[in-house]
Design a protein around this ligand. Structure first.
Ligand code: PLP
Length: 390
């Protein structure tokens, strides 16, 4: 058994990134400035997004996407119950109403075959979440959106570097279409906290640029820099969602390492797949019936709680006893108290999400894991599965 604790995720920050942060700290310019702008340009070049706007979180990005797309009271926004609550909370802070559609049991993504049934005359947008980094079937979702005049906001917090039919997530040039990435410490790349909003819609990009800094027509960098003018105007009452240069300094280095990170994530996931195929006690996620490259943000088997006679939480505790960290992504959104009380959502409403919510566990997956770390996880999982209810 391992003698030290293995966390489920750990960021990998290079000495170069630390030096770049120190450089910003010493330069006299630490908030949004040249590095944030360079990060945006490099991110747009990588993803192929026409516009990329750096923000202080993906939550900010989802909120601004809703606002820039004009979503508000009386509007309904379709999304999935198998997501982080940010997806639903930002719909609410835009004043709109979330409408959940159950997931597909194989992909854990929103079930494209149930979308039409969720439509009302108030539906204005859909927020697909690429769960664990497996891209949603975007052809089906975009066709649905086009048929009904809906905006699309991809919650791509898990999916930086993932591809759908060869195209990088975030590369869409469609109008009224936005993709949001997260740089939280557990995500595929990190800036500490941070996010990026990508779009091909120039009007949405311009609105987002205003809304992220109080609706002011020029950011501080442009006002205070040598060539700047001190004047600005306010176009709408905006928020304060800009990314710092000290964050962008980390992000630029992380972006250069992304393909390497994701390659390592895929190697680890492939070892898990091989080790766990046929292991009683685990139910492995299924495939998608379309061409894609998985982002492998998290590795999430389902615990066969009936077969093992163990709850998922007990399974997690058994791994913890063996010094293996795990995480829970996610408890189905509709079962949290606030939403139940507000929207009347209850157990039984989304059976596939509930089945997954009771069984899902995130095993350790991060690029700096050694082959021995991976073996330790495999050994511990096998031991817990084969010990059964003991
Ligand atoms: C992490 C995450 C978010 C929020 O990202 P932040 O950068 O922490 O705001 C939103 N949606 C999903 C699916 C996430 O995993």
């Amino acid at each position: 058994m391992r003698s030290t604790f293995l966390p489920f995720a750990r960021p990998d920050i290079s000495e170069e990134a630390i030096a770049e942060v120190a450089d910003s700290l010493r330069s006299g310019w630490i908030t949004t400035g040249p590095k944030a702008q360079a990060f945006e340009e490099e991110f747009a070049a990588y993803t192929g997004a026409p516009f990329a706007l750096a923000l202080n979180s993906a939550t900010a990005g989802l909120h601004l996407a809703c606002l820039a797309l004009g979503l508000g009271p009386d509007d309904e926004v379709i999304t999935t119950p198998m997501t982080f609550v940010a997806t639903v909370n930002t719909i609410l802070w835009a004043g709109a109403r979330p409408v959940l559609v159950d997931i597909d049991r194989e992909t854990l993504n929103i079930d494209r075959d149930r979308l039409e049934a969720a439509l009302t005359e108030r539906t204005r947008a859909i927020i697909p979440v690429h769960f664990a980094g497996l891209p949603c079937d975007m052809d089906a979702i975009e066709a649905f959106a086009d048929r009904h005049g809906l905006a699309v906001i991809e919650d791509a917090a898990h999916a930086l570097g993932a591809r759908y039919r060869g195209r990088l997530v975030g590369s869409s040039t469609r109008q009224r279409h936005v993709t949001v990435f997260s740089f939280h410490p557990t995500k595929n790349i990190t800036t500490g906290e941070g996010g990026m909003l990508c779009t091909g819609d120039e009007e949405v990009a311009e609105k987002t640029a205003l809304l992220r800094q109080h609706g002011m027509s020029k950011g501080a960098w442009k006002r205070y820099a040598v060539q700047g003018t001190p004047h600005y105007d306010v176009h709408f009452p905006g928020l304060k969602y800009n990314m710092l240069d000290i964050e962008a300094a980390i992000g630029r280095d992380q972006l250069r390492r992304l393909e390497g990170f994701n390659g390592r994530r895929r190697q680890i996931a492939a070892r898990y797949d091989e080790a766990f195929t046929g292991l009683p006690g685990l139910i492995l996620p299924g495939g998608a019936g379309y061409d894609h490259l998985h982002g492998r943000h998290i590795y999430t088997p389902l615990v066969d709680i009936d077969g093992l006679g163990l709850s998922r939480d007990t399974f997690m505790a058994r791994l913890r006893e063996r010094n293996i960290g795990t995480a829970l992504h996610y408890q189905a959104v509709h079962l949290f108290r606030y939403y139940g009380e507000t929207f009347g959502w209850k157990k039984g409403d989304f059976p596939a999400a509930e089945f997954v919510s009771d069984r899902i566990v995130s095993l350790p997956l991060f690029p700096a894991m050694t082959d021995d770390d991976v073996s330790d996880v495999i050994d511990a999982v096998r031991a817990v599965c084969l010990a059964k209810g003991a």
